[in-house]
Unconditional design. Structure first.
Length: 94
């Protein structure tokens, strides 16, 4: 992979990671958090490649990628589950 592609992948995945954490701090949605974490893992795997360690750290890159994809799958699965209704407030006078 060319250096330009690796740098572009680092910048974009790190940017999405940071943006997702800012979004999560506002909406507190697990989907947003997990997507941010996944892209953070992608950014780390691209950094490993950028330092020329792709061959010697191939196992690490595979592990990071599998974990990142698993986070996305878990986030989407959680989003597809039916939502539990919120219980009514218990402030009613007695």
């Amino acid at each position: 992979m060319s250096t330009l592609v690796i740098i572009l992948n680092i910048v974009l995945s790190a940017g999405i990671c940071v943006l997702a954490f800012f979004a999560w701090s506002r909406v507190r949605n697990a989907l947003v958090l997990f997507i941010g974490l996944a892209f953070g893992l992608f950014a780390i795997s691209h950094l490993v490649a950028a330092f020329g360690l792709a061959k010697s750290a191939e196992g690490l890159i595979i592990l990071l990628s599998v974990l990142a994809y698993a986070l996305v799958v878990v986030a989407l699965y959680k989003e597809l589950l039916p939502k539990r209704p919120t219980p009514p407030p218990t402030n009613a006078p007695k």
